[in-house]
Design a protein around this ligand. Structure first.
Ligand code: GLN
Ligand code: ZN
Length: 714
């Protein structure tokens, strides 16, 4: 077996340096171009990636890290796990990813604690696993034709089944992986990478047994390529000795999130992830070399801590950034160069101690009276009907507005003209809401490109990029701001718009802010301060904004925290508890300056919040709106202990479908059975940004009809 290369990366961005794949996908989906054209763009991106990695001097080139939509979905296809109902679709792959006429897509959820979303494989009694190795084999051949030998990257059997909730099917799936190893060996592939990130989340004894079974069996396969099992996003913990006892030749460890393994790995190659794939900062060579020098193994390869999928392509595409900041940054290309440089150096240990940083003092618990007192004051002040109807914040964002924003940046539209259009859009949203009969209105967020970037652009300590796109799912990308310095709010951000929107109507219009945890979770964050310190700085800026909104008479202020769960450490429990404690404290720091009469709302986008419902209650918001309709109102089984106002969504906004009034009524009836009626709010699952006005108006009209039927019975 040839030795593992001295330098590698676990994966690379694939959307294209100029989001070429996004454009090609959307054009194909809209029927504007052919599948052949899409495949041509894909091949171009793959070829360009291999060329650039090789040119940077990287030895071990990965393949099959490209995907037209998602690598977990690719693995499902590889294993034949395509549910029957999609097989007849014109394009079964995209039917699973996005749905088609009359066929809902497969579920999608977050990839561990990243902002990347994968398609959840559906495995049931009817699933018959059957290998279809066309994609990985095709990429190996394609690279070879360009002159590159590559290492196919595939989601490992244990992680795949854990994500699908079907670990009991291990035996069958291993049959496919064995066959795959045979096919790759026949193709002349020297190494294969099996990704097992699920192992870093405190594996149960059953999961450890699965690791043992899987890698004993795959290790015993005859004439196979070298086996490289990659872990990332944390420590392998107990899974490491288990894996080390199997015949796999190489083990990947995340030395950024996790520690240097204490297990002696003599006989193995350790693929040491010392260059972070999760941030945008340059690597400290001193620390990386020390970590590399501390690994006890027969061979150490320098790598990234995880796939570079989670960072943008190239700092060179950001000429407008402040040079001082630019010199601190490393995107994918720069990180590859770091890996190559580190691999060329001599390693020596041990790791120096990190700089010690003082934590901020305890948060002063202050401000608001207990919920019951506030609720009474707000009822008196706001005089809302029972079952108040509201929305989550955004109204449909039109292409014209996005174009107008781009025109301001390009200098072809004046700021005044842009603001006039934004005001017109707000007025339109307000009139629609009045006409429909909603009780608490929103301004619709037309002035915001994105709920985090908008605030980042108005706060000190943040930089925004021009091309720093990171794939979120499918063709969707975000451009996370870079939080690089101390955060401050030089002047009010939303007050001007909130005042304007309120001037249009007698109904209350909610002030709309993004919470400190979410702002930080969806940014790349400085690494020279503990995360909680950074979050507290943002909380203080939000707090100032809350105060200013209140001062101009805004009586309801929503502070969204859809990312509250995202920063939750994968393991262990103590770390999760510690996180929730400071995350909740940060939220309260942001909102507790409001008086009792001011109603604080918050919003969370997901439904399996059951596990952190106590923490959500701890946010102490007067009203929490939360996704529910999309997931069949499962949340209602867990809300009994929730002590404040709650709006479990009655309209699934993720689909263009308009729910009927009866359907909404049924959901509302279930809600008032689960919660005291005086605490129930009526709202959609999430913001309406991605829908059309036509859909939104029809759906909200039905929401109002259903609510009125219930009110009539009170
Ligand atoms: N207020 C935001 C909106 O409606 C909330 C978005 C979100 O929940 N992610 O768009
Ligand atoms: Zn939401």
């Amino acid at each position: 077996m040839s030795p593992f290369p001295k330098s590698t990366v676990l994966g690379y961005p694939r959307i294209g340096p100029r989001r070429e794949l996004k454009r090609a996908l959307e054009s194909y989906w809209d029927g504007r171009s052919s599948r052949a054209e899409l495949d041509r763009v894909g091949a171009g991106i793959r070829g360009e990636t291999w060329r650039s990695l090789a040119e940077l001097g990287l030895e071990g080139l990965p393949s099959n890290t490209f995907s037209l939509y998602d690598q977990v979905l690719d693995t499902a296809v590889l294993l034949g796990a395509v549910p029957e109902r999609y097989r007849a679709a014109e394009d079964p792959y995209f039917a699973m990813a996005r749905g088609t006429e009359g066929l809902a897509p497969l579920r999608m959820t977050k990839w561990f604690d990243t902002n990347y979303h994968y398609i959840v494989p559906e495995i049931g009694p009817d699933t018959v696993f059957k290998l279809d190795a066309g994609k990985p084999l095709g990429e190996v051949r394609e690279a070879r034709a360009l002159g590159y030998e590559t290492r196919p990257v595939i989601v490992g059997p244990v992680t795949f089944l854990l994500l699908a909730g079907a670990l009991e099917r291990l035996d069958e799936v291993l049959g496919c992986y064995e066959e795959l190893l045979g096919a790759l060996a026949a193709e002349g592939v020297a190494w294969v990478q099996l990704d097992e990130p699920a192992l870093v989340a405190d594996p149960t004894p059953e999961e450890l047994a699965a690791v043992r079974t899987a890698y004993e069996r795959l290790g015993a396969a005859r004439g196979r390529p070298g086996l490289f099992v990659a872990s990332y996003f944390g420590d392998l913990g107990e899974a490491l000795p288990v894996l080390a006892a199997t015949p796999v030749e190489a083990i990947g460890v995340d030395l950024v999130r996790g520690g240097v393994p204490v297990v002696d790995l003599t006989g193995k190659t350790v693929v040491a992830g010392v260059v972070s794939g999760r941030d945008v900062w340059r690597t400290s060579a001193e620390r990386a070399l020390a970590a590399l020098g501390s690994v006890r193994a027969s061979r150490v390869t320098v790598s990234t801590s995880c796939s570079l999928l989670h960072v943008p392509y190239d700092v060179a595409a950001e000429p407008e950034l402040d040079p001082a900041l630019r010199s601190r940054l490393a995107f994918a290309e720069q990180k590859v160069a770091e890996v190559v440089t580190l691999a060329a150096a001599e390693f020596h240990g041990p790791a120096p101690a990190g700089p010690s940083v003082a934590l901020a003092g305890p948060v002063v618990a202050e401000g608001r009276s207990p919920y019951a007192v506030r609720a009474a004051a707000q009822a008196e002040h706001l005089r809302l009907p029972p079952l108040p109807i509201t929305t989550i914040g955004s109204f449909p964002q039109t292409g014209e507005l996005r174009a107008a924003r781009a025109a301001v940046t390009a200098g072809t539209l004046t700021q005044e003209e842009y603001e006039r259009r934004v005001e017109a859009e707000m007025e339109h949203a307000i009139r629609v809401q009045e006409r429909l009969g909603l009780d608490v209105l929103v301004h619709g967020e037309p002035e915001r490109n994105d709920m985090v970037q908008y605030f980042a652009e108005h706060l000190d300590g943040f930089a925004v990029t021009r091309n720093g796109w990171v794939q979120s799912y499918g063709s969707r990308c975000t451009r996370p701001p870079i939080l690089h310095g101390d955060v401050g709010r030089p002047e009010p951000i939303t007050v001007r718009w909130a005042t304007y929107a309120q001037s249009l109507t007698d109904k209350p219009v909610k002030g709309m802010l993004t919470g400190p945890v979410t702002i930080v979770a969806w940014s790349f964050v400085r690494d020279d301060l503990p995360l909680r310190e950074v979050v507290f700085q943002v909380a203080d800026a939000v707090r100032e904004e809350v105060r200013d909104l209140e001062a101009v008479g805004v009586s309801i202020i929503q502070v969204d925290e859809p990312a509250l769960r995202e920063l939750l450490p994968l393991a262990p429990l103590a770390a999760q508890e510690e996180y929730l404690e400071w995350a909740v404290a940060a939220y309260r720091r942001a909102t507790s300056g409001a008086g009792d009469r001011t109603q604080i709302h918050t919003h969370l986008c997901y439904s399996d919040a059951g596990q952190i419902l106590t923490a959500i209650d701890g946010l102490d918001a007067d009203v929490t709106t939360i996704e529910s309709a999309r997931s069949g109102a499962r949340i209602l089984g867990a809300v009994e202990s929730f002590g404040r106002g709650l709006g479990p969504g009655v309209y699934d906004i993720h689909s263009p479908r308009v729910p009927g009034a009866e359907e909404v009524e049924e959901l509302l009836r279930r809600t008032v059975r689960a919660l005291p009626v005086e605490r129930v709010w009526v709202n959609p699952d999430c913001g309406l940004k991605t829908r059309t006005y036509e859909q939104v108006e029809a759906a909200l009209a039905n929401v109002v009809t259903a609510t009125r039927r219930l009110r009539a019975e009170l």
